[in-house]
Design a protein. Structure first.
Lengths: 316, 246
């Protein structure tokens, strides 16, 4: 296998560590840090499934995150739905928007950087729309009223930790499945050479739409989590370029197209983000550091940080 | 098995295919030859759905497949290879061939088993774990062949599978093509290597300016003045004949 093939042991050890972490490090700060890492893992893995595994690079992945965040919040606030319903609804909304954007873009034959640009355009369009129309709260955004309790989907910090851990596990599980399934093999073929894939009987349009739906569902679920954890969303938080870039960076820095790359990327980015915030007042320092890190990684570890952890080098 | 009628494709002002017509019989090895730019690759692309013809029809196994998309045509049993090899560069040889094998099974173990069997059949058993990007030209050509075979085609279209190979590699590939045909797969090949055309093909179709100008056994075609002219220019056949008599 050219990708780091996960045995059965390493994911279980990892899972154990994730489950034990908040029991060992009990401070609010530590648990919050864990939540942020796992949350970014979900978003990075969502980008990774489309961009890393299937080679469909998106610059506007925030659109799925944002749609999920808004879908669950609007359901709860405007339609009075049970808050927990927001989670499947957000995943569904992300999948639908993923299907829509993919079907339109791929039907028009957009590939590579053109696809990246059109996803960016879609995210911007959604941001502007969310600003303009009434039911999204416009530029003011949506505030979920504080009402702690399980029924209102406002958990204790540790409850949220285990929820996002479950979502992260699902996202990593999807990535593992992609390394071992026919669907994943077809995505790899499309990523490597779309014409050859078509010649070998792969309906590339359909597979690409499917993977965007899957990726959209994960990011959408992440959006719902964000809204419930921070209890506030607005158009630029939900659909901003920052979020799209963050999702992409997590996967690229950790290792795009690998199972654990996003986890590594999320860990590092959260560490840099939080430590610069603790150490200095300078607002944009973390962004400068992300940028410098990205340059270093593209220069020296084009496959991402995960290459440092690989003991078996790929055969040339 | 394959019937092509009046196939026409116009790119801008260029008639790449201009009413091309031919038939390939089941169980045979047929060759498509013609000068550079005659439209051979365009014809293959039109047969396999990569190019939608402006007019004309392609019937395969009794069904009209004109204008169907490539994956659908592959699923029907007609598969092509590319003149310039198109490997899945960062995947291993095994993974490359498995992509083809997955056409008929969703089971990973079965696909891997089938891929390995096909690899051994084309003499790539030793290279299964190598990354495709690191293969020699000859090995890449074999891998393309293996990938296509793994889809279990009825008709295999080989676009210059011998090009870029040295004589001994060509010598190794020819019996393989024959063995593929003997296993029940009809073979239709575009080839510039005349040694291969003459010894492999039972029927040769000559394409020039998008039309099939001659067809027959390799010997008949080689003796056809229209074919000589297509390659060497108008009047060449007469001059050659005149020179021989003088």
């Amino acid at each position: 296998m050219s990708r780091l093939s996960p045995g059965i042991v390493s994911p279980l050890i990892l899972l154990g560590a994730v489950l034990l972490y908040p029991l060992v490090f009990r401070s609010n700060f530590a648990v919050n840090l864990g939540v942020l890492v796992l949350f970014l893992t979900v978003l990075g893995q969502s980008w990774n499934i489309a961009g890393g595994f299937a080679g469909q690079l998106s610059f506007g992945h925030a659109v799925f995150f944002g749609v999920g965040a808004y879908a669950s919040s609007i359901l709860q606030l405007k339609l009075g739905a049970q808050p927990w319903l927001g989670l499947p609804a957000a995943a569904l909304a992300g999948a639908l928007v993923g299907t829509l954007i993919a079907a339109l873009s791929f039907h028009a034959g957009l590939r590579g950087s053109y696809f990246a640009l059109i996803t960016l355009a879609f995210a911007e369009a959604f941001r502007i729309l969310a600003n303009a129309v009434g039911f999204t709260g416009g530029g003011v955004g949506l505030l979920v009223p504080l009402k702690p309790g399980f029924a209102s989907f406002q958990l204790e910090r540790i409850g949220f930790y285990y929820l996002i851990a479950a979502l992260a596990a699902v996202s990593v599980g999807v990535a593992i499945w992609l390394t071992r399934s026919r669907f994943g093999a077809r995505l790899a073929a499309i990523r490597e050479n779309e014409d050859a894939a078509r010649a070998l009987g792969i309906d590339t349009f359909r597979e690409k739409v499917k993977v965007m739906a899957l990726s959209g569902a994960l990011a959408g679920a992440g959006g719902c989590f964000y809204a419930q954890y921070f209890l506030y969303i607005d158009p630029s938080v939900a659909f901003g370029v920052d979020k799209s870039v963050e999702m992409l960076l997590v996967a690229m820095i950790g290792g795009a197209g690998t199972v654990y790359g996003p986890l590594i990327g999320a860990f590092l980015l959260t560490l840099i983000g939080e430590s610069t915030r603790e150490l200095t007042e300078a607002q944009g320092l973390s962004l400068i550091l992300y940028g410098a890190l990205l340059i270093l990684i593209i220069g020296f570890l084009p496959n991402g940080l995960i290459d440092l952890l690989r003991w078996r080098r790929r055969r040339a | 098995m394959l019937e092509v009628r009046g196939l026409t494709k116009i790119f801008g002002g260029l008639r790449a295919l201009d009413g091309a017509a031919l038939e390939v019989a089941e169980g045979s090895i047929a060759a498509l030859i013609g000068p550079n730019g005659a439209g051979k690759t365009t014809l293959f692309a039109a047969l396999t759905g990569f190019v939608v013809p402006d007019s004309g029809s392609v019937r395969f196994l009794g069904q009209d497949v004109t204008g169907r998309r490539p994956h659908a045509i592959c699923r029907q049993g007609m598969v092509r290879t590319f003149q310039l090899t198109q490997p899945f560069a960062r995947l291993t040889v095994r993974e490359n061939i498995m992509v083809g094998a997955y056409l008929h099974t969703a089971e990973r173990a079965l696909a891997a088993e089938h891929a390995e069997a096909v690899a051994r059949r084309v003499g790539m058993g030793e290279l299964l774990d190598r990354t495709a990007a690191g293969l020699t030209v000859a090995a890449r050509k074999r891998m393309e062949l293996a990938r296509a075979l793994a889809t279990q085609p009825r008709l295999l279209l080989l676009d210059e599978v011998m090009a870029g190979l040295n004589p001994s590699e060509i010598g190794e590939l020819m019996p393989l093509v024959r063995a593929i045909r003997d296993s029940g797969v009809t073979v239709f090949l575009i080839e510039h290597v005349m040694q291969a055309v003459m010894s492999l093909a039972e029927r040769v179709h000559v394409l020039s300016y998008g039309r099939v100008i001659a067809q027959g056994t390799p010997r008949e075609v080689a003796a056809d003045p229209r074919v000589v002219e297509a390659y060497l220019g108008r009047g060449a056949a007469q001059r050659l004949a005149g020179g021989a008599h003088a």
